[in-house]
Design a protein around this ligand. Structure first.
Ligand SMILES: [Zn+2]
Length: 125
């Protein structure tokens, strides 16, 4: 069957995958005891994945979703700090908004900022 020109993008993609179907359903790693295993197909298509050491902090956390999301951004080094905004071409002055002293980086906010240190000290005491 030819792919209809009026078919949607998704239908065209699905029909285009027909040429790979025979390879997929006859693969010995995906078909066991004459049954096709969708999980094995997903893993084969996804490719190898390396698990990061901090995945349990994110995946099995009892913290709020918002907190987990911010932690995930911090672990990836992608908190929206001033230095990152400057790299993206956004016009900001770069100074830490909490202490007004030094470039606001993730490292500064978490470990060197005077204001953050005070907050942590108050919380821990
Ligand atoms: Zn600061």
């Amino acid at each position: 069957m030819a792919i209809p020109k009026q078919a949607s993008w998704m239908v065209r993609k699905i029909l285009n995958m027909r040429k790979y179907w025979h390879t997929i359903i006859t693969s010995p790693t995906l078909v066991k005891k004459e049954k096709f295993h969708i999980q094995a197909a997903y893993i084969a298509l996804r490719g190898p994945v390396t698990e990061v050491a901090w995945s349990s902090l994110i995946c099995h956390s009892v913290a709020s979703p918002r907190t987990v999301f911010i932690l995930w951004l911090a672990l990836l080094g992608r908190l929206r700090t001033q230095d990152l905004l400057i790299k993206w071409g956004i016009d900001v002055n770069g100074t830490c908004v909490l202490c007004k002293n030094g470039l606001e980086t993730q490292e500064h906010l978490l470990f060197h900022c005077y204001f953050s240190k005070k907050v942590w000290q108050e919380m821990l005491s």
